[in-house]
Design a protein around this ligand. Structure first.
Ligand SMILES: Nc1ncnc2c1ncn2[C@@H]1O[C@H](COP(=O)(O)OP(=O)(O)OP(=O)(O)O)[C@@H](O)[C@H]1O
Ligand SMILES: [Mg+2]
Length: 243
């Protein structure tokens, strides 16, 4: 495997923030890894994902993705980086209500100037929802909307798939379906960074769990088969810290 993401002593202090949202985080992610980021509310998980996505810039330290130091990119370069390399899935889907499922999936491709309706339909098919292609988001269940959002995140073949609490707004069954999809994508080589509060989901599906507390990575566990049982320890520790 080769290195895809490197955070080097990354600190993020938001305007008006007294303490850093991230405090000197150094971590690397290999190509093809499925990594879960866990931690209590406010610990800095979304901040970490947003910095890797180039949606925001660190206060200090370096974010390097695919060998590119994101600090070297201007705003236009950063927008191009996001378009070409990052697929982002959010908790609340963020589909455009006045576009059909298919049209939503096509948005990132159109930003690139490519017309790929066939591929968009194919993706919806792979995600098991081809039949909703021409429906508007208001007529889709939460699980269907999230699968449309995943298809939209995948349409430009992103180097990195970033998902911030993608199951947070879903019932257990739909959440499991979405997780199964992420596992399948990982099986096909997709690099995935998943933020979740749900220790069971994280440890059952991801091969690596980063635990973040107070803006610091306090644990980095690679889980293989039976070792995943040991991850319970992390869950307990993280839950205790969030009390
Ligand atoms: N845009 C912002 N402006 C100011 N402070 C922010 C901003 N975004 C996040 N923060 C603060 O930074 C810290 C980390 O926030 P972050 O959203 O990264 O946490 P999180 O781990 O994703 O939490 P949650 O699990 O609740 O989503 C928090 O103290 C939060 O209040
Ligand atoms: Mg968050």
């Amino acid at each position: 495997m080769s290195e895809l993401v490197r955070l080097s002593d990354v600190t993020k202090v938001y305007q008006g923030g007294i303490t850093g949202a991230l405090n000197g985080v150094s971590v690397t992610v290999e190509k093809g890894e499925f990594t879960a980021i866990m931690g209590p509310s406010g610990s800095g998980k979304s901040t970490m994902l947003n910095l890797i996505a180039g949606l925001d810039r660190p206060t200090s330290g370096a974010v390097i993705v695919g060998g590119t130091d994101l600090a070297k990119l201007g705003e236009a370069g950063l927008a191009r980086f996001r378009r070409d390399h990052v697929g982002f899935v959010f908790q609340f889907f963020h589909l455009l209500p006045n576009l059909t499922a298919l049209e939503n999936v096509l948005i990132p491709a159109q930003l690139k100037g490519s017309e790929v309706p066939g591929r968009a339909r194919e993706l919806l098919g792979q995600l098991g929802i081809e039949e909703v292609a021409d429906r508007y988001p208001a007529r889709l269940s939460g699980g269907q909307q999230q699968r449309v959002a995943i298809a939209r995140a995948l349409i430009n073949n992103p180097t990195l798939l970033l998902a911030d609490e993608p199951t947070g707004a879903l019932d257990t069954h739909s959440g499991e379906q979405v997780m199964d999809l992420l596992v399948q994508l990982h099986g096909r080589g997709q690099t995935i960074l998943l933020v979740t509060h749900d220790a069971k989901l994280a440890t059952r599906h991801a091969a690596r769990v980063l635990s973040v507390i107070d803006g610091k990575v306090v644990d980095d566990a690679r889980l293989e088969g039976p070792e995943r049982a040991a991850s319970e320890v992390i869950r307990v520790r993280t839950e205790e810290a969030s009390r």
